[in-house]
Design a protein around this ligand. Sequence first.
Ligand code: NAP
Length: 291
Amino acid sequence: MTILDGKKVSNDIKNEIKQQVDKMKDKGEKVPHLAAVIVGNDGASLTYVGSKVRACERVGFESTMVRMSNTTSEIELLDKIEELNQNDDIDGFIIQLPLPPQINTQKVLMAVDPSKDVDGFHPENFGKMALDMSTFIPATPFGILELMERYGVETKGKHTVVIGRSHIVGRPMSILMGRKGFPGNSTVTLTHSHTKNITQITSQADIIISALGVPNFLKAEMVKDGAVIVDVGITRVPDENSPKGYKITGDVDFENVSKKASYITPVPGGVGPMTIAMLLKNTLLAREQRM
Ligand code: NAP
């Protein structure tokens, strides 16, 4: 069994990006600038945005965190987005989800200039991705592809089962695993909360990508010997022994599933760090496209 070490690979990617940024600096070029908009005070969202800002510093990008109150109206957020769209100094920006209930998420994501949409959530970019055109691929699926590629995980002709059909992970992942090329060329089954007999489906899978957010959902009896397991889930579970009072748990019963898997991602240290590295990669791409 091989651990798909997202922490190590994401560090490698950050080092590669830093080298490119250093070259840009040496040539007197503008370095990539990422902005992150956060609305409200959700603890997990603040942690994610904080990690993204720190990652920018680590590779030499400029970063801006835009904090807006929980009572921000949709119009106020749309105005802020327009300001970021127009700001020539910003190469890419993200709107941290989830947004408060008074704001229509689809409307907000549609307002982002596709050329600055480094999360790849705008329908124009999503459509390009589905049509195999060059575009920003959503960071989490992009990170999973990169991890598979760097470990040489065979995907051609394999049966990939994706659990969860969210617009940011499961749905794009299912499209990407079925596209022509590597990683891809898989036969894909996309499952969700209405899927019947899910164990029957997962136990036939060569590759399982689990993105539902239910701790320890995927048990050893749901997995065949030698399967590749990618655990996207991140759930805070109360833990008295941790100073924070919680621990991060994935969707996979790692202890037992890892005994059957050929490759497996840990949580933490698997998909999570890859997501941030790929956001940086998309931001670098956005800068290059604006040169
Ligand atoms: P989400 O929007 O929370 O949706 C969950 C999906 O799982 C839905 O499609 C739902 O089906 C499906 N589902 C729920 N219960 C199920 C069941 N019993 N059997 C099969 N499918 C079931 O998903 P998300 O935003 O993609 O997040 C999923 C998890 O990944 C969360 O833990 C999140 O924190 C984590 N995440 C991690 C990263 C990272 O960087 N590692 C990034 C993003 C998200 P329906 O569509 O039918 O409701």
